[in-house]
Design a binder for this molecule. Structure first.
Ligand SMILES: *Cc1c(COP(=O)(O)O)cnc(C)c1O
Length: 436
């Protein structure tokens, strides 16, 4: 295709498209009568609380059962958010002062928050071309203080999760698998969210399926499950009619809990959404790989390595340019061609616009800030080993490099053939002018 004769929109030419792309929040496009029917049933029964009420509809129970069955895991707990699920998961693994938790530098800030709120120390690990934790760097970063690691299936898919699990097992590290961005993905035929000792999900609006807020904890370990259950709900188990077992529960599971229960209204929406997960992922997969196949021939444009493309949940297409200046020029030109959303939507951005997904953008982390004047947990005696740890830009070379020259296309779950063609056309047109 010859596009070089076509003037770029950014230089006054006509844009590839003028309509904004659909919202990237994948679950919302699939809301229909099923969600409405479930929510209505909860309201009509006047039973929005999952554990008791006049006529509990058991939406959360049904959701948890469906997830257990589909992913073949023993224990599933619906919770209020992915952020709380991470906190609960690490707390269940007994992470606290004196421990460090390894995590990649391309992340979401919730992962850092969970560690610091428990009084432990985050230990950064670099990524590789999969944009997830590098097994090579992980080996270099493990110390005798390492207690657990958070493996994040970033931007829709895992990287070398099998190698990471092997290293974790060898060193006796607990693994909390953050599957918030990859619900519905698989790796060599096994669902993501079933690799770690504990896995978490999020149902915030940007994730594969949504109820606005919400999350899940999944584990095969009965002891970890009992700890997670108590920690998510005030620190106690509940009896068969849903009452807190404040005096009768196993003393081993008298814990300090938070208020992270899932409501029946959230369960109602999610139960309907969960049945659509495969359909949503399938749609995104088809769009993403139609686009990617066309773009792979463009010289100078490279792509994030997806180890198992079959299993990719396909919510994002990550690409890289040879250098930072070219990347900025490329993204600006793409937006001018009409590859953009409306309002909050940002279907195509440079990694520089991706905020708290990069370690050094978290100022509380870089400055080792505390909620208290004492400087806790950085100043705790137990954490003295981490005195020299730093988190500013320059700590992780591969992260810094990709941050500077990579971009990201969020793949909406309802792209039509015409949208896909426009995206391809814009990439080719812009590449023919910008990549030299
Ligand atoms: C969204 C997200 C979370 C947090 O989920 P919330 O439900 O928004 O609290 C955690 N980790 C990752 C990688 C995420 O993308």
């Amino acid at each position: 295709m010859i596009f070089t004769d076509e003037k770029l929109a950014i230089h006054g030419g006509s844009p590839v498209r003028t309509q904004p792309l659909p919202e990237e929040s994948s679950g919302i496009h699939y809301f229909n009568d099923e969600e409405i029917r479930n929510v209505t049933a909860v309201l009509q029964a006047r039973s929005p609380f999952r554990f008791y009420g006049p006529q509990v509809q058991h939406m959360c129970d049904q959701l948890e059962n469906s997830v257990r069955e589909k992913f073949n895991v023993n224990h599933v707990i619906g919770v209020s958010s992915g952020t709380e699920a991470l906190y609960i998961g690490l707390a269940a693994c007994e992470v606290g002062p004196g421990d460090e938790v390894l995590l990649p530098g391309y992340l979401w800030t919730s992962c850092l928050n969970a560690i610091v709120r428990l009084g432990a120390i985050p230990k950064l690990v670099d990524i590789d071309d999969t944009f997830t934790m590098s097994p090579i760097d992980l080996k270099k970063k493990i110390t005798k203080h390492s207690k657990a690691l958070i493996y994040i299936n970033m931007s829709g898919a895992p990287g070398h999760i099998d190698k990471i699990m092997a290293i974790a097992r060898e060193h006796g590290l607990r693994v909390v698998e953050d599957n918030a961005q990859a619900f519905g993905a698989t790796f060599n035929g096994k669902s993501t969210g079933t690799f770690g000792d504990i896995a978490i999900q999020s149902f915030q609006i940007n994730k594969s399926i949504t109820s606005g807020e919400g999350g899940l904890i999944m584990t095969n370990d009965k002891h970890l499950y009992s700890r997670c259950f108590g920690i998510h709900d005030l620190g106690y188990a509940r009896n068969e009619i849903g009452i807190l077992m404040d005096t009768s529960c196993d003393e081993m599971y008298h814990l300090w809990g938070c208020g992270a229960r899932m409501s029946e209204l959230h369960g109602a929406v999610l139960l309907a959404q969960f049945n659509k997960l495969d359909q949503i992922v399938k749609h995104m997969h088809r769009s993403k790989y139609t686009i990617k196949k066309e773009l792979e021939t463009i010289p100078g444009l490279s792509f994030r390595t997806i180890v198992d493309t079959e299993g990719d949940s396909s919510s994002f297409l990550i690409f890289a340019l040879p250098n930072s200046a070219m990347c900025d020029e490329f993204i600006a030109a793409m937006k001018a061609e009409g590859i953009k959303g409306r309002g909050y939507g940002k279907p195509l951005i440079s990694m520089k616009e991706w905020g708290l997904h990069w370690y050094f953008n978290n100022k509380s982390l870089v400055n080792k800030k505390s909620l208290t004047p004492s400087g806790w947990p950085w100043t705790l005696q137990e954490n003295a080993f981490a005195k020299e740890y730093h988190y500013d830009k320059g700590t992780l070379p591969a992260c810094d490099d990709y941050w500077a020259r990579a971009g990201l296309l969020k793949v909406p779950s309802n792209l039509e053939d015409g949208d896909v063609e426009d995206i391809i056309r814009a990439f080719k047109k812009v590449a023919s002018h910008v990549i030299k």
